[in-house]
Ligand binder design. Sequence first.
Ligand SMILES: [Fe+2]
Ligand SMILES: [Fe+2]
Length: 267
Amino acid sequence: MSWNRRTHFIIVCLITFLTGLAAASLQAKDQIVLTVLYDNYTATEGIESDWGFSCLIEGMEKVILFDAGAKSDLLFRNAERLNVDLDKVQMIVISHSHFDHAGGIAKILDNNPEVTVYFPASFRKELVDNIAAKSAKPVRVSEPVEIFRGAYLTGEMGYGIKEQSLILDTEEGLVIITGCSHQGIVNILERAKELHQKNIYLVFGGFHLLQHSDEQINEIIQKFKLLGVKKCGATHCTGGQAIGLFEEAYGEDFISIGAGKVLRFSH
Ligand SMILES: [Fe+2]
Ligand SMILES: [Fe+2]
């Protein structure tokens, strides 16, 4: 190879390499990564299960922790084993005041007192006092709100145990994360559609259908289909029978959720 041809070859290789590198970093930057840290089920070997729910959202404008499970120690052990750093959490969204969603918050507030915590307006007073005592910024949520570009809260919903859910706007469609769905899973989906007029790509979390009959669960599944919910990840307090029926109805579009599960989306 002559000197000129060799130089040309090296330059072409270098440009190809740099273009690939830039594309890869752009792709990594544009990816939303959801890591389930706490759940009644496990999806990864070595990750512990326990009654509760927590999911970390990375790759957007802010790092959010949606719910914090029941026990701080278990939450941190799972996070460490999954190589995620809870000290980077900038916002915490607590779906509702039940211990299996709010109990694990204490250690995060100790390590990271600057965090902003969004919780339903009707949250129990002692929990609000705990948050305020740690110098975190408590934010009561009543109405639907955009917490930053592409991340929304449904607002406080329901009559008995009031609850909020998180909606992420991704390239694939809306991704909805639920705590226990005490406000009704179909009500959450309808609220999301009403607010965003976009297709629902995925809903996952607890659906709270433990006391429902097969007939009632199948009616709910029909409503999911009518609302155009593409994929579903029923877990946590949904109940084994209901999880089985969703899995049957959704087939390949059923996403098996458990602690250690990682989901990626574009935005
Ligand atoms: Fe729960
Ligand atoms: Fe609950």
